[in-house]
Design a protein around this ligand. Structure first.
Ligand SMILES: Nc1ncnc2c1ncn2[C@@H]1O[C@H](COP(=O)(O)OP(=O)(O)OP(=O)(O)O)[C@@H](O)[C@H]1O
Length: 263
């Protein structure tokens, strides 16, 4: 028996009657955080869907938790062990209120409604979302929906968490809070992202999808010095502003850097 949580050997994924990714060889070990990289449309989301049985695989072998998965009933058995956070939060959230959405998974796992609610509240609090618990889900902002989607999966405490672009649409403070929360998890993660910061802080291994194939990549980090200029937004009482010599005391608002609004 393999010690990997997941192991795919020689598996293919087709889409629209064409081969999207061929001869996939992939494994996931306990505690690993694998980032799945590749250009738009290369099949990253489809691969995550396929891991939980939402998209068919062909050929080869797929083993999860030591068991070969062949049919729907095999996938059903691993459903609670692998949690997928969809790219589109509206695919994830369907209950009237936030607390009901987050408690839904624990209730399905057999927890009493009272205990499930306690788990849901605890999960929301860990993500700094406690105040959203009684809100109507469909009225949340895009970023709030994304965080609540992640909470619905974390509340189920699966062995593996798959995240499809988890930081998209989040402001800087929510993004950093989420990255910190994900970094503290002990579960194995597979995530897709175009967010360099998330990749830097989280990934232990990278796999690239290129020309319809999986390519194992080496993650390395070294300092880059960037010289750049970009547009800043000033409040209208600050039109006489001249650029400060000390950027740390700047009145600039950097889009995507909500914590640095100073005057
Ligand atoms: N529901 C669908 N029906 C038909 N084709 C689809 C569907 N979803 C995705 N595709 C197509 O499958 C291919 C792979 O899409 P996928 O979303 O897996 O790529 P991705 O690598 O996750 O892209 P991105 O980085 O833009 O999220 C694309 O050509 C896409 O247009």
């Amino acid at each position: 028996m393999t010690s990997s949580l997941l192991e795919l050997q020689g598996v293919n994924i087709d889409r629209n009657n064409e081969r999207l990714i061929s001869d996939i060889n992939f494994h996931l070990n306990p505690g690993e955080r694998v980032t799945l990289l590749g250009a738009n449309g290369t099949g990253k989301s489809t691969f995550l869907d396929a891991l939980v049985g939402l998209h068919p695989l062909s050929g080869g072998d797929y083993t999860a938790f030591g068991k070969t998965l062949n049919n729907k009933s095999d996938f059903h058995q691993i459903r609670s062990k692998i949690g997928l956070v969809f790219q589109d939060s509206d695919d994830q959230l369907f209950c009237p209120s936030v607390i009901e959405d987050v408690a839904f998974g624990p209730i399905n796992l057999g927890h009493s409604p009272r205990h499930a609610r306690a788990i849901a509240l605890d999960t929301l609090n860990k993500l700094g979302l406690g105040e959203l618990s009684e809100r109507i889900t469909y009225k949340l902002s895009g970023g709030e929906k994304r965080l609540v989607s992640i909470a619905t999966v974390l509340a189920m405490d699966p062995d593996i968490i798959l995240l499809d672009e988890p930081t998209t649409g989040l402001d800087e403070s929510a993004r950093q809070r989420l990255i910190k929360c994900l970094a503290e998890l002990s579960q194995a993660l597979v995530f897709t992202s175009h967010d360099q910061d998330l990749i830097d802080q989280l990934a232990t291994r990278a796999v690239l999808i290129k020309n319809g194939s999986f390519v194992n990549s080496i993650l390395h980090q070294h300092p880059h010095v960037h010289v750049h200029s970009h547009k800043h937004v000033h409040s209208d009482d600050d039109l006489t502003h001249t650029p400060p010599s000390d950027p740390e005391h700047s009145s600039h608002y950097h889009p995507g850097d909500a914590n640095r609004q100073k005057s």
